[in-house]
Design a protein around this ligand. Structure first.
Ligand code: NAD
Ligand code: LMR
Length: 325
């Protein structure tokens, strides 16, 4: 029997409560592959994890191999094929994601050191806990045995939001929208870029958009959608985040015909630092992520791209002392 091991941290939290069930009921893996799911949370949350485990069992998922619930990161990470680093504090109304940096950095530093000891170098790590791009940098630094190409941060939620907001505006299905990517940080400086996007394989509908709508509605709405959800729900996005993590994992494993967005740390032709996790336009096939380099970028777009890079460099500077430990 073939099996994969997927570890989810923060498994007693809000995102995990959707994510676990999306993964186990989804079709990322062929039917003959069984899934072992390792659920990690802190000791205080173990009673909740027991309830989550019982609920998973009650779903009678045909592809479920085994469930491990634990507060021991070593046990959770050992032999994992995929590690989804979700466990971290979320922000509340009025906060920026970067306000979480110092609180959450500690979690990612400790877990990365353990990952470095007990995980194979082919393990793929997806960083979700905020601020996701800079937490990915912490993981990359402390889990140096894992090639940085195997570490990505979640930007798919932003890309999905951008596609949906555009689709609603044009009264088109998201399936007709392609090549719509999000550059930079998972934050209010991110740049959802319509300049290369197509609707039904043509840029005609995009060119017909009013520039005021693009600049004053579309871009800020995507940038601040997370805060808008918190405003209404009182807590941060969970089901949509889980859905985006599912998409991200699926694309990493099964590839995509469209352009994608993920935070990665790479050389590139856009003059963006290769010392931060930055979201670029990407092609992904056979688990190989490549940047779509040398796109024509207008001065106006480059200003957005540089602003979001600047924010990530500032976040990197804030954690410089942590990276010395
Ligand atoms: P939550 O508070 O509901 O759950 C977080 C869980 O993590 C809790 O169960 C907590 O006990 C656990 N946890 C804390 N420290 C831990 C540790 N050291 N090891 C293991 N588990 C630990 O939060 P949530 O809504 O599930 O969100 C989780 C994170 O994801 C937050 O940082 C949130 O901001 C972020 N997020 C990111 C995106 C994105 O697109 N990148 C989207 C949504 C949310
Ligand atoms: C989101 O974009 O919904 C998440 O990053 C949660 C948040 O803090 O906005």
């Amino acid at each position: 029997m073939k099996k994969v091991i997927i570890t989810i941290t923060g498994a007693a939290g809000n995102i995990a409560y959707s994510l676990i069930f999306r993964i186990l009921s989804g079709n990322i893996f062929p039917a003959d592959i069984k899934i072992q799911i390792n659920l990690l949370d802190i000791a205080e949350s173990l009673p909740i994890l027991k309830g989550v485990k019982y609920e998973i069992e009650d779903c009678a998922f045909p592809n479920l191999d085994n469930i491990i619930t634990t507060d021991d990161p070593g046990l959770a990470f050992t032999d994992s094929d995929y590690i989804l680093l979700v466990g971290a504090k979320p922000r509340f109304k009025g906060m920026q994601r970067a306000d979480l940096l110092l609180d959450n950095a500690n979690i990612f530093q400790k877990q990365a050191k353990i990952i470095n000891e007990c995980v194979d170098k082919n393990t793929k790590i997806i960083v979700v806990g905020n601020p996701a791009n800079t937490n990915a940098l912490i993981v990359q630094y402390f889990a140096s045995n894992i090639p940085s190409d195997n570490i990505t941060s979640l930007m798919k939620l932003d890309q999905n939001r951008a596609k949906s907001i555009l689709g609603n505006k044009l009264n088109k299905s998201v399936t007709e929208v392609s090549q719509l990517v999000v550059w930079g940080n998972h934050s209010a400086t991110q740049f959802p870029d319509l300049n290369h996007a197509n609707v039904s394989n043509s840029n005609e509908a995009i060119l017909s958009l009013d520039a005021d709508w693009v600049n004053d509605v579309f871009i800020p709405r995507v940038q601040k959608r997370g805060a808008e959800i918190i405003q209404h729900r009182g807590k941060s996005s969970a089901a949509s985040a889980a859905s985006a993590i599912y998409d991200h994992l699926n694309i990493l494993i099964n590839g995509s015909n469209d352009w994608e967005s993920m935070g990665i740390m790479r050389d590139n032709t856009y003059g963006i630092s290769n010392e931060i996790f930055f979201s670029f336009p990407l092609k992904i096939s056979n688990s190989n992520i490549s940047i779509i380099n040398e796109l024509a970028i207008s001065d106006e777009s480059m200003k957005y791209i540089k602003d979001t890079e600047k924010e990530l460099l500032t976040e990197r500077d804030i954690i410089k002392d942590i990276l010395k430990n």
